[in-house]
Design a protein around this ligand. Structure first.
Ligand SMILES: Nc1nc2c(ncn2[C@@H]2O[C@H](COP(=O)(O)OP(=O)(O)OP(=O)(O)O)[C@@H](O)[C@H]2O)c(=O)[nH]1
Length: 432
């Protein structure tokens, strides 16, 4: 990294001073020294064969970053010991040489293309069922389009977002927090074949123990309760593990209220989430039994929004409920809000890849700034706020190696997904 910083600094010096050929030459000599690893005039002369003994200490780690391993020697012809990637960068940035025919440049381009293809296939993989794949989203005429609005209602923490993310495929689909009404937000949009489904969050729709809505947010609540009926399908979701261990009477009331009468204008389903946390599968049947007589629910689903169990069946059911109606959302648009969520999610994913179980979940991960720059690139700054210095050390790694790797991988993936340059800044700090 230090070398990169020096390269940038020197690059600007060179550009600024280019009218003076002598200075230019001085800088480029320095570059040769940093990046080509070629012997310089002031280097001590290498030992002659006579002076060199086989038992002299050899430490391969000293040579790793110079690529001085045996693969550089081929049939007695010594290959260059510098890294061509850096060489090319110097050629193009410092000497303004055309490197488009260079092998390394082509390899880098191929890498970029591969990342792009990966992003596309992720989009395709949002649903792993081929059944709906025979139509290209871009080709669907208005009159052929099918839509479905799905409201999701449940206690905080029931798993509404996790379930939606799983169905929609967060990485590449529009999981936006766009405000739809005063109380309802679009959680996500899934467009597959001719069908588009919009998932709506319905916050604030909890009942007091008495069974009545909370009065402090009464007005907001009333409009929310009314508009709940506007969705084609309503998913009532609850945490079945919690229900078996510490049942919440407000959740039970919500389930009972929504299922008390059958609604001809709206299909309602009861989703028992977090089944992965229930060890005894017989317990699941007990809960089904408990809510079996509620006429309002057309179907019951047992799912794990986090792990994916049962989600395919639920998605298939929802797809079948779609009605002929033009789509509301642009299937290709990615709102800024969506992109922000994606950026957090990708970094978080890389963090978990690299720190495994070492890091407690209490770490605060925040998006601090998001800027679209004039050249179209994005500057994204995220912070990890830890409680202890020891946690900070784990995240940072030796000489910043861990956070560096997390950043490099996340940056590459974000560039592929957003199809533009991304300047990602990650900072680890201890809560003050
Ligand atoms: N084990 C397990 N955990 C889950 C599952 N679904 C969600 N969770 C976890 O439960 C917590 C809450 O999930 P969310 O999806 O944020 O819940 P929510 O209903 O959207 O919560 P609010 O935004 O507060 O309304 C998160 O820590 C999830 O990782 C599941 O199926 N299994």
């Amino acid at each position: 990294m230090k070398a990169l910083r020096v390269l940038r600094t020197l690059s600007s010096i060179t550009t600024a001073q280019s009218p003076n050929p002598q200075k230019c030459f001085t800088s480029s000599s320095l570059f040769n020294r940093f990046y080509s690893a070629q012997p310089q005039h002031d280097d001590p002369l290498p030992p002659t064969t006579d002076e060199f003994h086989a038992d002299a200490v050899f430490d391969s780690s000293h040579f790793d970053d110079l690529n001085l391993n045996s693969s550089n020697i081929d049939n007695g012809n010594q290959k260059p010991t510098w890294d061509d990637k850096y060489r090319d960068r110097v050629k193009s940035q410092v000497f303004q040489e055309d490197i488009s025919q260079s092998r390394i440049w082509k390899r880098e381009e191929e890498k970029k293309k591969k990342a792009g293809r990966l992003a596309e296939s992720l989009l395709e993989a949002a649903l792993d069922d081929d059944e709906y794949d025979d139509v290209e989203v871009g080709e669907v005429k208005d009159e052929d389009q099918k839509s479905l609005s799905v409201g999701i209602i449940g206690a905080p923490n029931a798993g509404k977002s996790a379930l939606t993310n799983y169905m929609v495929g967060t990485k590449v689909s529009a999981v936006s927090r766009k405000v739809n009404t005063t109380t309802h937000e679009v959680l996500g949009v899934l467009t597959k074949g001719v069908t588009q489904m919009c998932f709506f969050d319905t916050p604030g729709l909890m009942l007091k123990k008495s069974g009545f809505p909370y009065s402090d947010i009464k007005v907001r609540n009333e409009s929310a309760w009314t508009s709940v009926n506007l969705y084609d399908v309503l998913i009532v979701i609850f945490d079945i593990h919690r229900h078996l261990t510490r049942p919440d009477s407000r959740v039970v009331r919500l389930i009972e209220r929504m299922g008390s009468i059958s609604n001809t204008a709206q299909k309602r389903v009861l989703c028992m989430n977090k089944v992965d946390l229930v060890a005894k599968k017989n317990d699941l049947l007990k809960v089904v039994e408990e809510f079996r007589d509620l006429p309002g629910y057309e179907r019951y689903f047992m799912v794990s929004g986090l792990k994916g169990a049962g989600v395919k069946d639920l998605t298939k059911y929802l797809m079948e409920q779609a009605v002929k109606r033009p789509w509301d959302e642009d299937p290709f648009a990615m709102s800024e809000e969506v992109m922000k969520n994606i950026s957090l999610e990708i970094v978080r994913e890389k963090l978990l890849d690299h720190v495994h179980q070492e890091i407690p979940y209490g770490i605060d991960h925040r998006l601090m700034s998001w800027k679209e720059l004039r050249d179209g690139s994005l500057r994204i700054e995220q912070h990890f706020i830890t409680h202890k210095i020891s946690q900070r050390k784990i995240l940072v790694g030796k000489n910043g190696s861990k956070i560096g790797r997390i950043g490099v991988e996340a940056n590459e993936e974000l560039r592929a997904i957003f199809k533009r340059n991304v300047h990602l800044i990650l900072m680890v700090r201890v809560k003050s």
